[in-house]
Design a protein around this ligand. Structure first.
Ligand code: NAD
Length: 358
């Protein structure tokens, strides 16, 4: 990709007073296009008056056209919602240092201690002159791509903003229920959305392998999935464990919903042939371990992935950002981003790829 390196540009200018993206800033309408089309440095310009540079800024076009225009605009303008979270901070740091990307803003939930902080400082980098805001609508107007590692409720709201603006959305959040997934699907009719319960290359490879193994082995082989995560994780089983279950079910030509056994407790009786079982462990600072077990009489195959650092997810998110900029609306998965061949029966999503089981 031959986009100019601009992620570090703001650091070359003297640190500026952070810009606060607030809803009330909408009144001088001229400021929004200024934010939308400029670099981080341009965004640091304090005056909301119609400077000449703003002449190049046209009103935001309709969603699909906007995506096309955005692709030709050089560096990809990226926003991070949930920028003070574990993933948000790591991602922010990576984005600031990435070629072909310019960070245009970041948001946090109302009441967060990070509000008003400089984004660069938050990521342990040089000040960017942009402060953490609680107004995502400004961000969706300003960015080509927004990355979201927050929580399901917030992500659904962000997806609606993506649908309104045509801004691409990369979703790493996990733990959606079926209504929330349906809402994301509707938003994806109007904006490109990458939805990936696990953005690491290794786990996505694991999904391919699990699907293939499940296809090869017959139902005499029982499938069980074990996952372990740090003590702060709030959803269970993990989105990745469910996506591995989806892969195994696909390999068997089944729907996971019908055959999943997510909890066993008490007198549950013998194992039902064909079900896919899940076991969840929580503790310490484990970034994410997943094992898929294929167990038959007299032998067992176990396939494991262990994440040692959140960086692997941030790297995947970065790849997704560069891939998603300028894409047509649709619900995409990491398979699309990584270019894995899909041999399974196509389903559900608008581009024919299979959504991961978040
Ligand atoms: P975290 O709690 O550290 O971070 C979440 C952040 O989102 C917090 O800072 C929170 O204040 C913020 N937030 C909440 N509501 C918000 C709102 N309305 N607007 C803006 N910000 C808001 O959690 P984390 O460990 O960073 O994980 C976040 C999500 O990402 C979880 O669902 C987790 O399972 C998932 N995750 C996915 C991957 C992947 O590869 N897809 C990897 C790691 C984590």
């Amino acid at each position: 990709m031959t986009v100019k390196k601009s992620g570090r540009a703001p650091a070359k200018t003297p640190p500026k007073k952070p810009i606060h993206l607030k809803s009330k800033d909408k009144s001088p309408k001229i400021e929004r296009p200024g934010i939308a089309k400029g670099t981080s440095a341009a965004k640091a310009a304090p005056a909301p008056k119609p400077a000449p540079v703003l002449k190049t800024a046209s009103p935001k076009p309709a969603p699909i056209a906007a995506a096309k225009v955005k692709k030709t605009n050089g560096a990809v303008k990226v926003g991070v919602v949930g920028c003070a979270g574990r993933m948000g901070q790591m991602l922010l740091k990576m984005l600031i240092n990435a070629a072909g990307i310019v960070v245009v803003g970041g948001t946090e939930r109302r009441g967060s201690a990070a509000l008003g902080q400089d984004l660069g400082a938050l990521a342990g980098a040089e000040p960017l002159g942009i402060s953490v805001s609680d107004d995502p609508s400004m961000l969706f107007d300003a960015a080509d791509v927004v990355v979201d590692f927050t929580n399901p409720t917030a992500t659904v709201q962000h997806a609606q903003m993506a649908a309104k603006t045509g801004c691409a959305l990369v979703i790493g959040t996990t733990g959606f229920d079926s209504d929330q997934l349906a809402s994301l699907g509707r938003a994806a009719q109007r904006a490109p959305i990458v939805l990936a319960a696990n953005m690491s290359l290794g786990v996505n490879l694991l999904q391919q392998v699990v699907e293939e193994v499940a296809r090869i082995l017959d139902s005499d082989w029982d499938i069980e999935i074990i996952e372990m995560h740090h003590k702060h994780k709030v959803d269970a089983p993990s989105g990745t464990a469910l996506s591995l279950g989806e892969a195994a079910a696909r390999g068997r030509g089944q729907s996971l919903r019908r055959i999943a056994r997510r909890i066993r407790d008490g007198q549950v009786g013998p194992r039902i042939k064909g079900e896919i079982g899940f076991a969840t462990l929580r503790g310490g600072d484990v970034v994410g371990d997943h094992t898929v077990i294929f167990a038959a009489e007299g032998e067992r195959v176990e396939i494991t992935h262990r994440a040692a650092s959140r960086e692997i997810f941030a790297r995947g998110a970065l790849k997704s950002v560069l891939w998603a900029a300028g894409k047509r609306p649709g619900l995409y998965s990491m398979r699309d981003v990584l270019g894995f061949s899909v041999q399974a029966p196509q389903s559900a999503t608008s581009n024919g790829s299979t959504p991961q089981g978040v």
